[in-house]
Design a protein around this ligand. Sequence first.
Ligand code: HEM
Length: 549
Amino acid sequence: MSLGNSIVQRALITYHDLSMATKAALAISIALVLYRFLFRHESTRRKELPAWGPIEMGLVMYLLDGAHNSMVYRIYSTIRRYGGSFYGISSANQTLIGYEDVDRLFSSQMNHALSIEWHGYGLFLRFFGFPDTPALRKKVESTFKPWHSPIERVFNNDAGATAAFERGNLPKMVSEFVSFSQEKEKMKRWELRADTKVIKQGEAVEANFSALIMDFGACFTIPPIFGHDLLDRNPHLLEDIWKFDHVVPLLFINMPKWVPFKVMKEGLKARKRLLDGVEAFSRRVTQFQRGEKVDDAAEMSDVSDVVLERNTALKRNEWSYKERAASELLVLFASNTNTQPVLFWLVLYIYSTSGLVDTLRKEVAPFVTLSNSHNKKEITAIDTSGMSRECQLLKSIILETLRLAFGAVSTRFVKRPITVQDGNHTHQLHPGTFLSVAHSFSQRDPSLYPDPDKFVPDRFLETDPSSGKLVAKYGKLRPWGAGASMCRGRLFAEKELMAIGAALVMLWDISPAGGCEWRLPEMVGGPGPVKPKEDVRVVIQRRVFVSSE
Ligand code: HEM
């Protein structure tokens, strides 16, 4: 363990032993010091989400979760800028909690007053360390539309998302989920980080479940967008995505790069490798589009229209290859870092909940076609549209997983002055400031979700008054954010979660290693996807079909 990590660990232990009031007073003091340190220069130098913002959101959520009559809560309430659902000390950034009309506010005002453009620009500066220049700012502004519209068109539209899904060839991937081999050359790409061990030749293999599932999901997601070249040519790509993902929250709050934390050092090295890999990929895409000789004679014909169209827009707006690499790395990130951890929890909940695998097998069987072979069945087709129409229990399970394992945040930049009615309060928001909504705040509220920490598979099922059938409904859950700029890949993500969950269940039996009971790992983190504190060791075997199945 590095010096930095051990200091942090000792500080956390000391913090843990303090009384509740001291903890909260300390949290406010640290937050105020950080506020001065991190936020000092930003409002004047550039309009980007204050580094202070996410820290303040964490503090507000912590305070609201505690006693509302506590001294610390009352002090905070006195010093916050507005009132009602608006929690934020400065006018530069406000966290909204419990505001009922988020969808309407973010939708109707979107094109006029509230925008995500500047938030996107901020990512370039924070995540990738680009200098803040008028030229880059102009490029981001002028590329904003052609950047998002191809993603929206393909991944948020049923026909586009279905076509992208088909390109992923999930039936073959699930049929070959584990190779039953420990030789690297024979193993599948997604098995390489999972520390697999064959425990019965051709029959049972032990593996680290989170590493296996997250890499499996990424190997399915990346080729339909980037083609096979990016993944095949960069052996460290998957590991680097997860390493960089670990450091992103620190970069987001402007943590200095020199802090002696292993996670920072490794994350920055991973970022460099990722940027180099995507930059070289962007050059090959450009050569392919121009009909020139492609570096390394790479095959680029399966690169999706999304990447081609974005590359054309980037070229037209004179983005350098370094800048293009950062832009496209954001797509690699957006399409994987949320989906794959959620996929892990989904599959873990399905297998660890008594009786659920059998129930789901019955529900999804009509939509997953299996080969006739008796011993080693394979999947030959998956009907995602039928599944999405009929498999309401599976849908409810996905919503319940998102409730427990994902905390969405929507952040918007105030472009023009806007007046917001909030119950009895009227707030005037000024241009150049930010609004963030922590959608996850009520996801464990017992008045909305009884027994809130428990995974309840059918929690989101409701009887439809017209058909009398059970249907899965979101209710107040907002995993995709809000308004016009909510997640641009949600239809694809829904299909992916449903189909991978259903296909795995149809072909594989998974149980805890060592013959013991399932023990779910502690959840760490959020907002965004929560991560398991440690991996879960499992045994994977082919499902044994009885003759009637
Ligand atoms: C379980 C899976 C996923 C979840 C829970 C999720 C959630 C979210 C959320 C909460 C946002 C912010 C929305 C807001 O500001 O209101 C977002 C943005 C976005 N998502 Fe997703 N997402 C997922 C998967 C995907 C996939 C598969 C793709 C692409 C194929 C994708 C592409 C995007 C993009 C491009 C943005 C906009 C980023 C920006 O402009 O700042 N997402 N997502």
